[in-house]
Design a protein around this ligand. Structure first.
Ligand SMILES: [Fe+2]
Length: 243
């Protein structure tokens, strides 16, 4: 009960090896603003022990009209910039698809979507309201041969108070990716609480930084000694399998 007073473990490096959620390709979403900012963050990640970053620009028909082509073009430009910058981290790209009609159309048209590792497909939904077609979408993602990964489940209000829905989604084969900073209270106290609950129930498959900018990267460094890290370090995640 009085965990607050327990000494947090001293952690200098994170054990995840591969980050699977971030916004580090400049100018194509609400992530980094420049190649220099991307380099700065990747240097921090390298120092934290990451060997590979699969960055995931937003694809959202209303705001970020990215395509596989625009994302891969920017990936190649970013890799060119990093070439002589003395950084030893592999940079790949996939996407964070927003669950909207456009996404469903793309999915059903058999267009090849950008995926992580062995066909894991990262997607997000509205934060407040459960999409009416959520279960259908997960079913279709599966039947199209992808493995659905829900980005930051701890951030959705509609999941927080519905344990039955959480269990149903997991039973459908949905993977959960927790945002690292959710555990520090960076987003809110209630998100932190829900993140801890999901971890304690062993429902988290992947950890991601969801890093958008240099400030968030500095928050990750600051978090290393905080109290939920012991819980995080006691569990095993699938990140390393994507190396
Ligand atoms: Fe994201």
């Amino acid at each position: 009960m009085f965990n607050f007073f327990k000494k947090a473990p001293e952690i200098k490096k994170l054990p995840f090896l591969v980050d699977i959620h971030s916004h580090l390709l400049p100018g194509i979403d609400d992530g980094v603003k420049s190649f220099e900012e991307s380099l700065h963050i990747l240097k921090i990640f390298e120092g934290l022990g990451y060997k590979k970053v699969i960055t995931t620009p937003h694809v959202m028909s209303d705001y970020y009209k990215n395509t596989s082509e625009s994302i891969l073009n920017k990936l190649h430009q970013t890799r060119d910039f990093l070439k002589d910058k003395n950084i030893d981290i592999k940079l790949d790209a996939a996407a964070e698809y927003y669950l909207d009609e456009n996404f469903i159309e793309q999915l059903m048209s058999n267009e090849k979507l950008l995926t992580l590792g062995d066909n894991y497909l990262l997607f997000e939904t509205s934060f407040l309201n459960k999409p009416a077609f959520l279960e259908d979408a997960i079913f279709n993602i599966n039947t199209q041969g992808y493995k659905p990964v829900l980005a930051h489940p701890e951030r959705y209000g509609y999941l927080e108070n519905d344990e039955g829905l959480v269990d149903n989604l997991k039973n459908m084969g949905l993977y959960f990716q927790l945002n690292y900073l959710s555990l520090t209270g960076f987003y809110s106290k209630s998100i932190q609480k829900f993140a801890v609950k999901l971890l304690k129930r062993n429902l988290i498959d992947f950890i991601g930084t969801d890093c958008h900018n240099a400030f968030q990267a500095s928050e990750i460094i600051k978090s290393l000694g905080t109290r939920n890290m012991k819980l995080l370090m006691s569990q095993h995640f699938k990140n390393g399998s994507l190396l």
